[in-house]
Design a protein. Structure first.
Length: 309
């Protein structure tokens, strides 16, 4: 199997720049393309910013890091690449045009993975003549810090492409899950959406403030979810009897809670309430400073859990 020495990044937004940083840290060459006039400058600055965190997490390979080059077209960027991560805007017409441009330029065994979170694999496959080497490789932001990648193929996808993508992601330090059936939002985004829907329901119905609902997550179950998933944690919640005993003991409670969960849509009035409460909460603190705090906490958590896994 290829070691994917040469990679390409198509789309150098926040996700693409983060991917570029991680691929470079693994010692691979990265050929990048983005139509924005200042994309190269922004990407090099982002890599420099991300590098200390990658070093702290032990993700920078010994020896010289990979080489970053920028190209005038997507086709030029992919022509020598073994693995391509596509992270262009989630508009299907943009993605289809990109795929039509790069497909004739690809190496025969190259794998193309899309970072798409909102579009389905089937929708995107319509932009390919032969979609067998095209997979979903959906990360969580920022990809150089959050280990999860959701990998998905379907009947039109070569199993070797799916397995190759999983092997590549593992080699650059990621943790993958296999999505077995296509659904909107994949797996983790649906879980996020379910939690946030109930969080907003609690806010809208006056149960608690935005700040207190957020605190209830990060200071409560969020700390446990960072180390184990919800089913395994509940398996541990009933002692020696495990998940079977837990279900027997708590079925009435969970069914009652599920029946009472809110169903709502994010309408303008609720969005305005969220904006007002968050603005009051953060005060003069900027998104950049909050992001820096977030990243520092993620790095500390990653380092702590890596020692135990």
């Amino acid at each position: 199997m290829s070691n994917f020495e040469n990679t390409a990044i198509l789309g150098a937004g926040v996700i693409g720049m983060s991917w570029a940083s991680l691929f470079l840290a693994s010692g691979r060459n990265v050929a990048a393309y983005d139509a924005a006039p200042h994309a190269e400058k922004a990407t090099r600055e982002y890599v420099a910013m991300a590098w200390p965190a990658l070093e702290e997490l032990g993700l920078v390979r010994a020896g010289a890091p990979g080489r970053l080059t920028f190209h005038k077209s997507a086709a030029e960027a992919v022509k020598e690449a073994d693995f391509i991560q596509e992270s262009v805007p989630e508009r299907i017409e943009i993605k289809k045009a990109l795929y039509a441009e790069i497909e004739p330029a690809l190496k025969p065994d190259a794998i193309v993975a899309s970072s798409a979170s909102g579009l389905t694999l089937t929708e995107m496959q319509a932009g390919w003549q032969k979609p067998d080497r095209f997979v979903l490789g959906h990360p969580f932001n920022p990809p150089h810090l959050i280990p999860l990648v959701e990998v998905l193929g379907n009947k039109a996808t070569s199993e070797s492409a799916i397995e190759g993508a999983e092997a590549f992601y593992k080699d650059v330090g990621k943790i993958t899950i296999r999505v077995n059936r296509e659904v909107p939002g994949h797996v983790a985004n649906r879980l996020q959406a379910a939690l946030w829907r109930e969080a907003l329901h609690l806010v809208k119905s006056g149960v608690a403030s935005v700040e207190d609902v957020d605190t209830a997550v990060w200071a409560g179950p969020g700390m446990r979810w960072a180390v184990m998933g919800p089913t395994m944690l509940f398996h541990l919640g009933a002692g020696a009897g495990g998940i079977g005993a837990f279900c027997e003991r708590y079925t009435p409670s969970f069914n009652r809670w599920w029946d009472d969960l809110g169903t709502l849509h994010l309408e303008p009035g609720l969005a305005a309430q969220l904006s007002q409460e968050v603005a009051t909460q953060v005060g003069a603190e900027t998104p950049a400073s909050l992001s820096a705090k977030r990243d520092a906490l993620i790095i500390a958590l990653q380092k702590a859990t890596m020692k135990l896994r």
